[in-house]
Design a protein around this ligand. Sequence first.
Ligand SMILES: Nc1ncnc2c1ncn2[C@@H]1O[C@H](COP(=O)(O)OP(=O)(O)OP(=O)(O)O)[C@@H](O)[C@H]1O
Ligand SMILES: [Mg+2]
Length: 247
Amino acid sequence: MNTTPAIRLTGAGCRFGHHQALSGVDLIVHEGERVALLGASGAGKSTLLSLLNGSIPATDGVVEVFGQDLAGLSSGRLRALQRTIGTVSQRLDLIEQVRVLHNVNAGRLGSWSLLRAVGSLVWPRPDDQIRSALHRVGMEWALHERTERLSGGERQRVAIARLLVQSPGLILADEPVSSLDPTRATETLDLLRAPAEKATLMVSLHQPELARKHCTRAIGLREGSLVFDVPIAELTDALLGDLYALT
Ligand SMILES: Nc1ncnc2c1ncn2[C@@H]1O[C@H](COP(=O)(O)OP(=O)(O)OP(=O)(O)O)[C@@H](O)[C@H]1O
Ligand SMILES: [Mg+2]
C-alpha cells in the first residue's frame, strides 16, 4: 500500500516583506481526502494553495507533494510535478482573447510532446475529450465563444473543464464556486471529485454548508495559522464562529 501522503507541510510559512501571511503550518493529507480550506478574507488560503502548487516558494519549513520536497526540485522536475497538480486559481488564469476551446485545450498540453503541444496551441482540435469536459460543466455550447464574453460563473466552469482534461492527481481549487448559483456550485464541486476517483482535493470555500456536503475534512486558517483540522462531521458552528469572529 502506498502510504506517501499527497501533501505534507512541516512548519510551513510564507512571508511577503514584513507581512507573515502564513506561519507554522503542519499538515498531512492522504490520497483521496477532500479537504475544505476555510477562513476569513486575508487568512492565507490562497497563499497556502500557492505554496502547494509551487507557484510561491515557502519562506519557512518544508512543503512536500507526493513525497517530493518542492524546494529541492530542479525547475524541470518541479514542472513535471506541477503537471500532476490541477489548479483552479481565484483569478482563474484564463486567456481572455481566445476561444473557450483554446483554454480547455491548455489543460492537456503538459502531457503532450512539445511539437504536438505547440501545434495544438495554434490549432486546437475540438475532439471528444474537450467536448465531453465542456458538456460536464454545461458549457458545450461555448466551445467557439471568445472567453472574454463569458460571465463570471461561465468562466469558472471553463476553468473546471480545463482541469477535467488535465486529470490531475491533486486538485487545488481556490474559491472555484464563488460566482455560481447554488445548484451550479453543488454540481461543480461534484465534478471536482470526478477527474480521478483517488484524486486528492483541497478547496477553499466561503460556504461551510458546501464544505459539509462535499468534503471529508475541514481545516481553518486564521491570520496565517492553522486553528483547527477536523473530520467534516466535527465542523461545528462554534468552530466557525471563532474562525470568522472579527478581532
Ligand atoms: N503577493 C503578495 N504580496 C504581498 N502580500 C500578499 C501577497 N499575497 C498575499 N498577500 C497578503 O497575505 C495575506 C493572505 O492573503 P491570501 O490571499 O492568502 O488570503 P485569502 O485567505 O486567500 O483571502 P481571500 O478570502 O480574500 O481570497 C493577506 O494579508 C494578503 O494581503
Ligand atoms: Mg484567496
